[in-house]
Design a protein. Sequence first.
Length: 500
Amino acid sequence: MRNVLEYLEHTAGVCGDRIAAEDVEKSFTFRELCERAKGIGDRLTEVTEPRRPVAVYMEKGVEALAAFMGSVYAGCFYIFLNPELPDARLRDILEISDVRVALTVGSCREKLDGLGFVGTSLCLEEIKDEWDEERLKVVRRQAADTDPLYANFTSGSTGKPKGVVVSHRSVLDFINIFPEMFGIGEQDVIGNQAPFDFDVSVKDIYTSFKTGARLVIIPKAYFSFPAQLLDYLCERKVTTLIWAVSALCMVTSLKGFTYRVPERVDKVLFSGEKMPMKHLNVWRRHLPGASFVNLYGPTEITCNCTYYRIGSDFSGPELPIGRAFPNERVFLLDEEDRPVTEPDRQGEICVAGTALALGYYGNPGETAKHFVQNPLNRAYQETIYRTGDLGRYDGDGLLYFVGRKDFQIKFMGHRIELEEIETALYRVPGVEQNCCLFLEKKNRIAACYVGTAAEADIRQALADILPAYMIPGLYRRLDAMPLKNGKIDRSGLKAFWEGR
C-alpha cells in the first residue's frame, strides 16, 4: 500500500453505499466521496503539479474531506485553512507554504480574496463530478509513499507558525494498526471533535476510510452547549470518541451527564494534554462499559507514539502515557545524550520510526534542530525527533509525561510556543516589554507586561493576530520586569501568580 486513496477506494468498492461521512447539512457515501474527489482531482491537474500544496479554505465538513482527497488524486498535499483563525495567521500560512492553488466554496471565496491570495482559487460548486481516469492513473503511477499528504501548522517560537509536513507512508504506518488495536471497525460511528487543521482529526478521517466506520462531524459550536452536543451524539448513535482532553473536560465541567449520557459510546481515546483524574472518573462512572485510552504524541510523529489502556481497576493519581506503538521506538535521553532507563529519572522523550514527519515546510533550520541523527547510533543514518518533552519511567517500564524543556506548553489540546505569544504582544501599541507564563495550577496563560496599554486593548489586538486558544486569560501590568542574573525572573513571576 503506497497511497491513502487505497483506503477510500477499497472501502468504496466493498461497501460503497454505506455513509462515509456526514455533517449537520450533508452526507457522502464512500462511493460518492470517492467520485467527488476524483472530479476535484482531475480539475486540479489542470492548474497545478504533483507534490505541490493545495489550500482548502472552508468550514469543517464533508466537502472539505472531498477537497482533501481531491488534492491527493492530483498528487498534491492539502493544507486546511481554518476560517476561524485570525486573518493575520492565515496570511502567514499562505506566505510560508507558498500556496498557488486553493479550493473553497462560494460562501468563503470573498474572504479568501480578502486574505490577499493571488493564486488560482477553485470553487467546489463549479467543479463537476467528471474525470479522465487515465489522467488520474498517470498521476498515481508517479507517486511514492514518501510524498507529502498534508501539512498542519503549529505554533512557532519565531512568531510565525511552523508547517509540519506528513507523508502518506507515515499515515499508512499508523492507521494500519490503530483501528485494530482499539477495536474500531465498520460497525462504529466516530464522533469527530478535532478541527481539520489539528492532527487528532487524522485518526478520525483515515480510520473511517480504512474500516468503513461512519464519520460524524460535530460542529465546534456544539461544544459550548452540552445538551446540544449530547443530543447530537445520541441521535447520530456515536460509539467512538477520539477527542482532545479539553473537549472531554468541557462536558464534565458543565455537568453535561446530568442531562443525558451517550450510552452507545464504548470507546474513548484522548490526547493533547494531561487528563485530570477527577474528570476521567466522571466519564468512567457514567460509561462503565467503555474502554478508555490515554494517547501521547506531537504532530511531528503523526498522531501518537505511545498509548495506555486504562483498566477498570486503575485508581492512581496520575495517568501513564504508557508504551510505544508498534513500529515506533520511544526512548529517553539525558542532557548528555545518554539513554535514561532507570525508574523516576527524567529525560527528553525521543521518537524513531517511519511515522516521523518529513519536517517543517520551507524551514530547514527548525527541521535540522528537531529532526536529528540518533546520537546513540554512529553506524548509519537514523533520524529521530526530539520532542522537547520530559518523561520518566516507573518500576514497570511505563512512561510518564513530566513537562517541557523549554517555553512550549500544551493547552486546550494545542501545543503552543509562549515565545510566539510574546512576539505578538510586542506588536500591540503600548506594550514595551512582556513575559508570558503557563500556570499549571490555574490551567491559564498569563501575561505580564510593561507599558501603557490597557488589558481590553491588548485582548482586542491579540484577537486579530492569534487563535483564541493562544490569547492569555490573565494580565498584570508592571513598572519593570523583575530580573535574575540579567534575565527576566520567570520563576518569580510564576510564584506570584500561583500564590494569588
